[in-house]
Design a protein around this ligand. Structure first.
Ligand SMILES: NC(=O)c1ccc[n+]([C@@H]2O[C@H](COP(=O)([O-])OP(=O)(O)OC[C@H]3O[C@@H](n4cnc5c(N)ncnc54)[C@H](O)[C@@H]3O)[C@@H](O)[C@H]2O)c1
Length: 340
């Protein structure tokens, strides 16, 4: 196996997880360089992960002859620029979602990616690498539940993140609830059906945090969708799960249903106490998708070695953003939106 020598940009909430995985948990991967604008994060990379080269700018890092791949985990507004620069330097690229902030910039970066077909490109739709979702996908593909009629998805962040989210919303950094939260569910709907979403109708309500109205942001949203093959999808997205991190998916078919995490349980433990029979719930995305983040990087390294492109490509990023934008437009205009 050829070793993939990574430089990572962004060592925040998710960047630290990817950095640790690339340094310690992914065979065939070496984390040789890291870039952040926060000096303490670079110290962490050096001291905790043994990263030899640290940089304050992305341009300096991609000039290093020691790396042949980058992992982009910077804020979403930097993704398109950093993908473009890394591709033009001849590097393999893993990037976090979203591919970009709007359809125009995504279309321009897709041209760059397509001009470098011998370099591996992967977009981090990590749920495709979660074992439960992969199992469910095999059941659906094997026809176990017949023809799909309805997909129901919940993607609700824990309310403990609300304070930092309100700050995030003030800077208009998230792209909105549907682009930030529903994008994974939109990708799952496309993945399970192999069909495109053609129209959406979205609604929203700010009940616990009415101040979000002034910021033009949403605490809870719901979107109803119809796909080209007439499958229906119902997506609920939110920021206010008081009990933890609620990601749940149900696929209803003509011969049966499949549910993934219909109670988002942390593990197999049951506690019996004065509240009754208590099952602890998963509390955040790093906990719920710990293995998926490792599995997707293992797949990226395999793809570099086997010279093949992974699942989770640039077109998936484009289609998911188109649908998320349509949801935002539908909510803002209070009307059904058809996707071009
Ligand atoms: N797949 C998922 O489920 C998932 C979950 C969380 C975040 N994300 C995505 O990951 C990305 C990062 O999110 P986060 O929550 O870790 O963000 P964060 O704000 O916690 O961290 C951002 C990092 O980028 C660095 N940074 C900022 N500007 C920079 C610049 N100009 N050059 C170099 N480094 C810079 C910061 O120093 C920090 O290390 C976002 O695009 C987000 O959408 C994906």
């Amino acid at each position: 196996m050829v070793e993939v020598n990574f430089g990572i940009v962004g060592l925040g909430r998710l960047g630290k997880i990817h950095a640790k995985n690339l340094a310690k948990n992914v065979p065939g991967s070496m984390l040789v360089a890291a870039c952040s604008i926060v000096p303490e994060e670079l110290e962490h990379a050096k001291n905790e992960l043994g990263v030899e080269e640290v940089y304050a700018t992305f341009d300096e890092m991609i000039n290093s002859p020691s790396i042949n791949a980058v992992a982009i985990v910077s804020p979403s507004g930097f993704h398109v620029e950093q993908i473009t620069k890394a591709m033009k330097k001849g590097l393999h690229v893993f990037t976090e979602k979203p591919l970009g902030l709007n359809v125009a910039e995504i279309e321009s970066v897709i041209k760059v990616i397509n001009n470098h077909p011998n370099q591996i490109f992967m977009l981090g739709f990590m749920r495709r690498y979660d074992e439960s979702y992969q199992y469910a996908k095999r059941l659906v593909d094997d026809g176990e539940i017949g023809e799909l009629t309805v997909i129901r998805c919940y993607g609700i962040d824990p309310s403990k993140g609300m304070e930092s989210f309100v700050e995030f919303a003030k800077n208009n950094d998230s792209g909105g609830l549907f682009a930030d939260m529903s994008i994974h569910d939109i990708d799952l709907v496309r993945w399970f059906t192999n069909s495109e979403i053609k129209k959406v109708w979205a609604l929203g309500k700010n009940a616990a945090y009415p101040e979000l109205d002034k910021l033009g942001e949403l605490e809870t949203g719901a979107a109803m969708m119809e796909l080209e093959d007439r499958t229906m999808a119902l997506l609920v997205a939110g920021r206010n799960a008081s009990y933890g991190y609620h990601v749940e998916t149900e696929l209803i078919g003509t011969k049966g249903s499949v549910r993934i995490a219909n109670i988002p349980e942390k593990n197999l433990v049951t506690i019996l106490n004065e509240k009754g029979s208590v099952r602890p719930l998963s509390q955040d995305f790093p906990e719920r998708f710990k293995m998926a983040f490792i599995n997707e990087m293992k797949e990226f390294v395999s793809c570099v070695n086997e010279k093949r492109q992974p699942e989770g490509n640039a077109n998936d990023g484009l289609q998911a953003t188109k649908v998320a934008d349509a949801c935002s437009e539908s909510w803002e205009k209070n009307e059904l939106v058809k996707i071009k």
